[in-house]
Design a protein around this ligand. Structure first.
Ligand code: UDP
Ligand code: MG
Length: 314
């Protein structure tokens, strides 16, 4: 049985050796043939040197290095498109995804009842409260307006069958949101809850702003609800306008036409103008994504790899 493990790395040089050792220790206990594929996502630290060292001394370890930073989603996709194992695992390099969980994940997968076993954080200790609040709200909103449901705290950390890996590889969209993709492809997923861990070395690569726009992208990628919101809102405003028009006409017929209410008129104009721009913005978000999809650019470009038959561009 061959297990492929995809590890996206962006400036993880500091802790990568420890991660590899911890992973190998766990893998010794599960009795699989392994392929550990590190994707160096355009790191600017010593990640590449460390990876060369690791892969030189371990025939089970491989690397693929991007020509620049393409983002975690692209790195995971590069892994998905290049691994060959019966089982595929995706995990972070910072030890926030505990390697020892792989044992239980494989155990459950081997029973054959599930196609995917994923980790789900039960808590968010160690995270700034504002971020936790936004994250929770994100899952609530997402699950409310999208056809697919993502459990709160669900991680990218998971092991899946060949069949599911192929399905994820077939999802070739440019605006990638893995948590959504993993749910969209279907199959039976088992979630293992676990206590949140803090990053061991280095620092997070996600600023609040990046995370926010990633979340917006996720919603837009998996829901058309914001668009219907815009059209329903337009209909509602039109109805309000008709009622107001009738009111104004009747008032004129009964009381004549004294010029008054300039301030309130301006307020209404600004209010409606703002709403229009907001709705245009929502539509714009979709248009922007149509634009990136139609350009059909590669997801990643690799400059170097020690994998046999590596797909360097996809
Ligand atoms: N990562 C990546 N490319 C990026 C950003 C992150 O490959 O542009 C990798 C990173 O090296 C780590 C994983 O994605 O292995 C998760 O990143 P991080 O720990 O910074 O995210 P967090 O756990 O804070 O959400
Ligand atoms: Mg992390």
């Amino acid at each position: 049985m061959k297990l492929s493990i995809i590890v996206p790395c962006f400036n993880e040089g500091e802790g990568l050796k420890e991660f590899h050792q911890a992973l190998k220790k766990v893998l010794e206990t599960v009795n699989t043939e392994n392929e550990i594929l590190y994707i160096n996502d355009g790191s600017t630290d010593n990640t590449q040197a460390v990876l060369k060292e690791i892969t030189a001394s371990d025939p089970e370890a491989f690397y693929m290095t991007f020509s620049r930073n393409f983002g975690k989603e692209a790195a995971v996709y590069a892994g998905i498109c290049n691994v060959t194992g019966e089982y595929t695992a995706v995990m972070d390099a910072d030890m926030q995804d505990p390697p020892e969980m792989l044992v239980k994940m494989l155990e459950i997968l081997k029973q054959g009842e599930y196609d995917c076993v994923a980790a789900r954080r039960e808590d968010r200790t160690g995270e700034p409260p504002v971020r936790s609040w936004f994250a929770r709200k994100f899952y609530q909103v997402f699950n409310y307006i999208s056809d697919i449901k993502i459990p709160d705290g669900s991680r990218d950390f998971r092991v899946m069958t060949r069949q599911m890996t192929e399905a994820v590889a077939a999802m070739a969209e440019a605006n990638r949101f893995s948590k959504g993709i993993f749910e969209w492809v279907g199959f039976r997923t088992y979630y293992i809850p676990y206590e949140n861990r803090n990053r061991q070395k280095g620092s997070t690569k996600w600023s609040f702003r990046k995370l926010f726009s990633y979340g917006v992208g996720g919603i837009i990628g998996f829901s058309e609800a914001p668009l219907s919101f815009v059209s329903w809102f337009g209909i509602l405003m039109t109805a309000v306008a008709v009622v107001m028009l009738l009111f104004v006409i009747v008032r004129k017929l009964i009381f004549g036409d004294p010029v008054a209410g300039w301030a309130s008129t301006i307020c209404v104009i600004i209010f409606i103008g703002g709403l229009q721009l907001f709705c245009l913005g929502i539509i714009g978000q979709y248009v922007a994504r149509i634009f990136t999809e139609t350009k059909n650019r590669p997801h990643y470009i690799a400059s170097e790899s020690n994998l046999k038959d590596a797909r360097m561009i996809r």
